[in-house]
Design a protein around this ligand. Structure first.
Ligand code: ATP
Ligand code: MG
Length: 443
């Protein structure tokens, strides 16, 4: 059995899974020295647990490589970071010479990297039982309630078994602080992980995003309004390993630029989860007007959505995207009835992914809050869809009627033209985005 599959062994004491804090131990001087290779007694680093990636069998190496690249991209402004893969399910990041605050910021970044299930701030210590015990004792200083120690060895040459080590350290903690041991539901847990060259000691962790590394499943284009739903849809698909680009239709020249600012801010927020996002903005007002003059009437909204999808498909072709993503949820608004969604599917050949299809608005809002997009989506703007909205919206659009409208308009050509008007932006959470004024066309 590989070390990584070994189950944790428990003895004295317990743990909690709250927010990550340094293990409560002062940083060592040795660990501060730039380029220090020796194991200092208390170097703070980040240890991450991976999830599904571990199950990938022969593809695992590919997934790991993608994840390592994504991690490097997400930290490229943070200086010298040493990444090492430990077994199949653990990655350790070291920042030689960095302060505790810098390492803590690194752990924050890692919370957003797709494919990471747990992020721990850990103390890296020498493979010596006394040192491990000292650091474990310090990590419990000032704490109350019950505790457990959980030990695991990725290196079986360590002279104690996992349960012996946990038992020994647990006994010392009990002796020093007189706290009750609770192996099942401890208030505090001290984790000890023995590796080839060092031991990691930590107390808590914060949940990561889980899922698969962004880019592993291919590329897609998200139709991104300024609303609540489409950013959540984008997040869900990134979490399944898609790298996504974003396409926003503004009502310009008949609306102000507010919806563009919102789309830009939303993409910058979502960029944390994949790094390197592109946003294309298409002024859609005149095309909406053309649809109206072609007699779309009650079909105006669906006809608009079909034209958006056709434009997205033409753009996806240029970008190498293999699917479109929307924030549709069944029945949420009139354009999202089953019949209307079938009429939308009819407008393009590419698959339309709708990850929110079965979700309630309240659930979607909770997720939007979690991923940090809700407050941006709630800012006021003038949505292009409300422009030229008919008094009555068709809930069962007839595909034949829609095709007639599009024939009169030469919708395919119009879609191609709209792609040529797209402005490209790079909203980066790292703050090194291209300025909006310097935007370039999509192709
Ligand atoms: P959202 O909150 O994402 O705007 P919604 O509930 O308001 O969704 P609709 O307005 O019918 O629903 O839009 C459904 C989907 O169509 C959106 O989730 C988005 O993917 C796409 N869409 C709508 N308007 C735009 C737009 N202006 N630009 C790009 N895509 C859009
Ligand atoms: Mg909307």
């Amino acid at each position: 059995m590989s070390a990584s599959l070994e189950t944790a062994t428990s003895t004295a004491g317990g743990g909690n899974a709250g927010t990550a804090t340094p293990a409560g131990v002062p940083e060592s001087e040795a660990a501060r020295k730039p380029g220090a290779h020796s194991v200092g007694p208390n170097e703070l680093c980040v240890l991450m647990k991976l999830g599904e990636i571990v199950l990938k069998g022969s593809n695992r190496k590919l997934f790991e490589r993608r994840l390592h690249n994504n991690i490097r991209n997400a930290t490229r402004d943070l200086g010298d970071i040493r990444l090492s893969q430990r077994g199949s399910g653990v990655i350790v990041l070291r920042m030689p010479g960095a302060s505790d605050a810098q390492v803590t910021e690194l752990s924050e970044r890692m919370r957003h990297v797709m494919g990471v299930v747990w992020v721990h701030l850990v103390r890296r210590v020498a493979k010596d039982v006394d040192t491990v015990t000292d650091v474990a004792l310090s990590s419990m200083a000032g704490r109350s309630g019950s505790f457990a120690v959980r030990a695991r060895r990725r290196d079986k040459r360590f002279p104690m078994t996992s349960s012996e080590l946990a038992g020994y350290v647990g006994a010392r903690i009990k002796e020093r602080y007189d706290l009750p041991v609770n192996l099942k539901h401890p208030d505090n847990t001290v984790f000890i992980e023995v590796d080839k060259d060092e031991v990691f000691v930590f107390t808590e962790g914060i949940p990561g995003q889980g899922g698969l590394p962004a880019g592993m499943s291919g590329r897609a284009l998200v139709l991104m309004s300024g609303g609540i739903d489409s950013p959540v849809a984008a997040h869900r698909m990134m979490r399944r390993g898609l790298k996504v680009d974003f396409l926003h239709f503004s009502g310009m020249p008949f609306t102000g630029p507010e919806s563009i600012y919102k789309a830009y801010s939303l993409v910058r927020e979502l960029d944390r989860f994949q790094v390197g996002s592109r946003l294309f903005v298409v002024p859609f007002g005149k095309a909406q007007q053309q649809l109206r003059t072609s007699g779309s009437e009650r079909l105006q909204i669906i006809a608009q959505r079909r034209l958006m999808l056709k434009t997205a498909e033409a753009m996806a072709d240029n970008l190498g995207a293999e699917a479109l993503v929307t924030g549709d949820a069944l029945g949420q608004v009139s354009s999202q009835t089953l019949t209307n969604m079938t009429a939308l599917d009819d407008s393009v050949d590419l698959p339309i992914l709708r990850p929110l299809i079965g979700m309630d608005k309240a659930e979607i809002m909770d997720q939007a809050r979690d991923i940090g997009t809700l407050s941006i989506s709630e800012l006021p703007d003038e949505d292009c869809c409300t422009l030229l909205t008919p008094r009555q919206v068709e809930t069962a659009a007839n595909v034949g009627d829609l095709r007639q409208i599009e024939k009169r308009l030469d919708a395919e050509e119009l879609a191609e033209y709209l792609v040529s008007t797209a402005q490209k932006h790079r909203p980066s959470f790292l703050g090194d985005s291209e300025p909006a004024a310097g935007a370039t066309a999509a192709r």
